[in-house]
Structure formats: C-alpha cells, structure tokens
Write a protein that binds this ligand. Sequence first.
Ligand code: NAG
Ligand code: NAG
Ligand code: NAG
Ligand code: NAG
Ligand code: NAG
Ligand code: NAG
Ligand code: NAG
Ligand code: NAG
Ligand code: NAG
Ligand code: NAG
Length: 590
Amino acid sequence: MLYLRSATLLYIITQQALAQFVSLQDAKLTTLDSPHNPNITISYKVPEGACKTAFDAQKQFTGWVSIPIGDQSINLFFWFVEAREPTPALTIWLNGGTGGSSMSGFWQENGPCEVVEKDKDHLEVKAREWGWDRASNMLYIDMPSVGFSYTTPIMNGSFDSYNATTIFPPEPVPEWSSPWAFSNGTFSSPNPITNTTTTAHIVWHLLQAFLSTFPQYNPPSNSSVGINLFAKGTTAPYAPLFASYFHSQNLALSNGIINGCGIDPLSQAQSYATMAVNNSFHLPLLTPAQASAILDAAFHSPGSSSSCLYSLTFPYQQSTSRSLYDINNPSFDPLPNQTHLTYLNTLPFLSAISSPINFTDFPPLPPVPLNNDPLPAITSLLSQGVRIALLYSDRDYLCNWRSGHSTSLTVSSLLPFYSSSFPAADYSPIYTNSSYTGGATRQFSLLSFSRIYSAGHFPSFSQAETTFQIFARIILGLSLSTVADTCDDESARAVLQGKEGAVVNGVWYTSEGDWQLPPGQGQKNDGGGGPGQEEEAAPTTAVMTGIFTTSIVVPTSRLSSGAVVHGRGGYYSASGLSVVVGALAGLLLL
Ligand SMILES: *[C@@H]1O[C@H](CO)[C@@H](O)[C@H](O)[C@H]1NC(C)=O
Ligand SMILES: *[C@@H]1O[C@H](CO)[C@@H](O)[C@H](O)[C@H]1NC(C)=O
Ligand SMILES: *[C@@H]1O[C@H](CO)[C@@H](O)[C@H](O)[C@H]1NC(C)=O
Ligand SMILES: *[C@@H]1O[C@H](CO)[C@@H](O)[C@H](O)[C@H]1NC(C)=O
Ligand SMILES: *[C@@H]1O[C@H](CO)[C@@H](O)[C@H](O)[C@H]1NC(C)=O
Ligand SMILES: *[C@@H]1O[C@H](CO)[C@@H](O)[C@H](O)[C@H]1NC(C)=O
Ligand SMILES: *[C@@H]1O[C@H](CO)[C@@H](O)[C@H](O)[C@H]1NC(C)=O
Ligand SMILES: *[C@@H]1O[C@H](CO)[C@@H](O)[C@H](O)[C@H]1NC(C)=O
Ligand SMILES: *[C@@H]1O[C@H](CO)[C@@H](O)[C@H](O)[C@H]1NC(C)=O
Ligand SMILES: *[C@@H]1O[C@H](CO)[C@@H](O)[C@H](O)[C@H]1NC(C)=O
C-alpha cells in the first residue's frame, strides 16, 4: 500500500487533559481587502505540514473570506491546492447539503492527501494516488457555519457527540456520557443565512475574493477548460442554483453532480422501489409488495419535503441490515473511516491552518431550505452552454443511480435539442484504463449520466481511479467512455442533421456494418462485479500524474470512413462538434 516515496508527516496524538478550547497565540494570516468589495476581507496562509501533496512544488492556501451580515461576520473556509501539473482548470468542491463539511470529500474521497493510521497514537498524512489535483486546481469550500467555516461570535462550549449537539457554556461530562464522547471545544454561531439565494451570493463573494487575490488561478477566457463546480449527495440540488448564479456573474463552468439526492424528488421517490427489486446485482432488497407500498407512498405524497422523501428509505432500513450508502455493506458501515476527524482536531493541525474553532463534520444545523427548483436551473445551464455531468454509483441506495438515470431523462425531455438525441445515445462502457471497464455512460452534447460500477455513496473511496478518470474527462470536455475517437466535421454535421447512420453501444457509425469489437475489449462486464467482490488491487507503481487516454485505438479506416462520435457528441476540446453545437445553441461558453 505504500506508494509515496518522499517523507510523510507524523503527528503524535496526545491526550490533552486541559487544552480543549482553541486559542491560537499567533494566527500568522495575511489579511487583504477584497479588491471587488472593501467590506469583504480574505485572510490566508500556507498550511505548512498539514497536507502532503504528490509534489512539493504544489502550492496550497487555506483561509477564510469574511463577509459582514448585520453585526455578525460569516467566515467561509477554503482550502486551495494547485494541480500536480500546470493547468488552467479550477474545480470547486462542495459536500453534503448546507450541513456537511467539504473536508469529508477532501479527506475521505478526492483530496490531494489522506490520513492513514500508522500506530495507536500515530497518524500519517500521505499524498493520495487518485486525488483530483491530478487534473485540476482544487478549491474546497465549507458552507456557512459548517466544518471550518464560522460565524461570529465564536464560543467555547461542549460537544456532545452522542446527541450531535453543542452546548454553551461548556459543562462537565454528564454522568450518562464519557470524556471521549463529551468534550470541550470552540465553535461557530449558528448560520444566519436562511435561503439558497443568499448562500449562492456568499459563496460567489468567496470566489471573487479568492480569484482577485490569486488571479493566476482564474482560467483565462480563451482557455478550453474553465471553472467547474462539483457537488455531492444532498448538496447536489444546491449546485445548479449556485452554478446559475456564478454563470449569471459571467463565470463559465461545468457542473458535476455526484450521487445527487433531491434534484428530482419524484424520480428519487420511485427509485427507492425500483432499486430495491431491480438493482444491477440481482439482490432482492425488499419484497415486491414492500416496493409497491413505497411507490404508493411516493405518489400520494408531494415528495418535495426532504424529510418525507427520506422516510421512503425506512422499509429498506427496517427489512435489510444493509447500509443506505452501500447495498453491499452492513448497516453499521465503518467505511470510509473517520480517522481524519481526529487529525483535524489536533492542535498541530489547527495551528497549521490557524483555525480559531474546532472542526465539526455535521454540525447540528437545520439545512438551508431550497428556494428554487434545481431542474429548471439545470436545463437553463445546459441551454447556456454549461456542461452537466451526473455521476452515480451502482451500490448507493440513498442517492441511487436509478434516480440519476430518470433525472437525466427528465432533464433531456425538457430541452428540444436533447429530447430525442440524449435517450438515443444509449449507454457506452466507461473504459477506466486498458484493462478495466469502470461503468457505463450516456452522453450527448453537454449532458451526461454515468453509472460507476462497484461503488457506494463515496465513489472516490470505492473506485478512486474510475471516478477520477470520469472527473478528468468531464472537465476536459472529452468523451466519458474513452478518449480514443475524434470527430471530423462531416460526421459532426451528419449527427446534428439527423442523417442516417447507426448507433452501436453508444457510438455512431455511418452504417451498422462499420462496427467491430475494439481491440483488447473481449471481456464482458455484466454490470460491475457484484456484492462481496472486493477489488483490493493496491497499486504497485507510484504514478502520481496522468490521465488515461486509452490504448483502444480506433482504426484510422473507421475514422476516415466518417464513423465516430464516441458517446455521440462528447467532444469539445477537439475542433468540430463543440463549435457546431455552440453555433447551433448559439451560446457555447468554454
Ligand atoms: C478542540 O481542539 C482542541 C485542540 O486540539 C482539542 O483539545 C479538543 O479536544 C477539541 N475539541 C473537540 C470537541 O473536538
Ligand atoms: C460597505 O459597508 C458599508 C456600511 O455597511 C455600506 O454603506 C457600503 O455600501 C458597503 N459597500 C459595498 C461595496 O458593499
Ligand atoms: C482508515 O483508513 C485509512 C486509509 O484511508 C487506514 O490507513 C486506516 O488504518 C483506517 N483506520 C481504521 C481505524 O480502520
Ligand atoms: C475559550 O477559552 C480559552 C481558555 O480559557 C480562552 O483563551 C479563549 O479566549 C476562549 N474563547 C472564546 C471564544 O471565548
Ligand atoms: C443526550 O442523550 C442522552 C442519552 O440518551 C440523554 O440522557 C440526554 O438528555 C440527551 N441530551 C440532549 C441535550 O438531548
Ligand atoms: C469542559 O469545561 C467545563 C467548564 O469549564 C469543565 O467543567 C469540564 O471539566 C471540561 N470538560 C473536560 C472533559 O475537561
Ligand atoms: C433570502 O434572505 C435574504 C435575507 O437574508 C432576503 O433579503 C431575501 O429576500 C431572501 N430571498 C428569498 C428568495 O427568499
Ligand atoms: C490565450 O491568450 C493569452 C493572452 O492573450 C495567450 O498568451 C495564450 O497563448 C492564449 N491561449 C490560447 C490557448 O489561445
Ligand atoms: C429492471 O430494469 C431493467 C433495465 O432498466 C428493465 O429492462 C426491466 O424492465 C426492469 N424490471 C423491472 C421488474 O422493473
Ligand atoms: C485499471 O483500473 C483498475 C481499477 O481502478 C485497477 O485495479 C487496475 O490496476 C488498473 N490497471 C492498469 C493497467 O492501470
């Protein structure tokens, strides 16, 4: 498992009997006014030693953008890390609704580094092989009063991890609890923002302050890659609203949604029935009667309230002893583990980023309610030239791929340009690398839906390489299936004009007879292994850079015969289709 050559960092965790409150003597932050609004400040530093990257040259900055709201200030935490190799791409990562910290994605999924246990009291931080910094500059942001973001005044208190509540002022450990479950610390005030419109505005201020302080990370307007917004799980419905707001402020981006919940409540509600009886693993999770009871409930309730929506998972929770996040795992699912929580609350770490507060993963906050419907935001982004990529894992029950699949079809049905072409594109295999098919994808023009095989709610944890490859292909505007093909002008025109041809496995050919099995692809994948199949393949070589560009070479005879839009229309960085699509849509922004 050791794939890092250079020295790693070591922290000794000691029981600090008294030093529970955070009180940093010298924050060493550089504070500047935001050039774009003098009431807003940005404070940042280099978080020395906090996160080991693949290459020492990769710059990192952590800090807060401080935005006044009445007599309080909202301090939004960011962690920026430069890509391993220079690229103009900048990706914003948002986790877990307005209530879950992006430090989960950073440490448990796709961040540049990970915490590993070396001994009872020793944690190490190592570069992550498939961190997304492999393809993009990354900016992780915590929502107001979540994670390391804080709203003033900050307060000393006690954190009761059993009830997941903070108590002010601090109290002695109650009799029913114990010191490891009830500990003192310093915490944020509750989030004063009550709607998603204002939240989007606040996050946009952060981005403005960040980009004007570090203009070198603002992708140039003539670049083929731009700013991307990726969001996961219950944050997913917020992401298109944020993206719409950023876009209205002239920031071009692509929007990736990973295991999104709540985007299209009706299809999500129905999916809890379908996924239970008709998942790709032939696992009967519920009886047909239980499934149809869910369908009844789904149709008889409006489905818009999230508490109602998630109550449709109760039959699954009661009848199976499986995890909501991974149908292969037991309901008490220890993976991915939470070691980073300990690390983030150590004094050396808090000092490295100069945090005035403790870290809390899911602070006891009510979620900020959605005040807009995400579906119109998605269709509007698509018609304005923003790429929309939906990624779902095949073993996640909570935010399952059945709902993602339906959502993708619903979105396409709302736009004439996509309504027949997207369903017709059908699924193509996702070639993770020369030996592994990591999923299936349907892609047409700017819209794609991908299903990742053998992955739970944390796809970068279960399938790090596949998830990374899909991410990289999305932000580069490539075909998600494989990047082997090119699209010449003639075939692009033929597709767009609806000329005759045939689609085989998601590839358009001038005629069906042109199809042949790609070299090296003799093995069939029936839908991704199965529960119980563990894929432990630890990398033996330490290759920390690079994006798979396929050994599946499409014969040039097929290219010259005009075949070829792999995944149909998945091409933007190459010449041809992107320009044609843009010209047709009139609004391509890249
Ligand atoms: C807060 O951080 C301090 C300093 O590392 C630590 O001693 C304390 O246990 C932390 N409290 C909580 C609730 O995490
Ligand atoms: C800055 O704050 C002052 C005082 O609240 C306000 O009058 C002014 O309009 C603000 N400036 C900007 C650019 O928001
Ligand atoms: C948590 O996961 C890391 C790898 O990400 C591993 O090194 C560590 O040992 C795990 N901790 C436990 C308690 O399983
Ligand atoms: C928390 O307590 C510590 C130690 O008593 C003190 O230094 C610090 O100022 C307190 N913080 C707040 C926000 O009250
Ligand atoms: C937390 O849980 C314990 C154990 O069930 C209970 O005794 C206590 O009253 C709870 N505290 C709060 C604030 O809910
Ligand atoms: C937390 O702080 C309270 C109040 O200062 C104190 O009584 C209690 O002993 C502290 N808890 C721990 C675990 O040190
Ligand atoms: C959102 O909240 C702000 C105040 O925080 C308010 O001014 C605004 O009207 C609200 N917008 C919507 C759409 O509810
Ligand atoms: C983009 O513009 C800059 C400055 O005008 C120029 O140096 C660079 O070569 C251009 N890049 C591309 C990809 O056209
Ligand atoms: C299960 O899903 C497959 C593929 O989407 C579909 O063809 C089949 O009809 C479904 N079966 C049931 C019982 O829903
Ligand atoms: C291909 O990807 C799979 C899954 O990530 C991995 O186990 C395998 O080692 C990779 N093979 C090559 C040749 O990189």
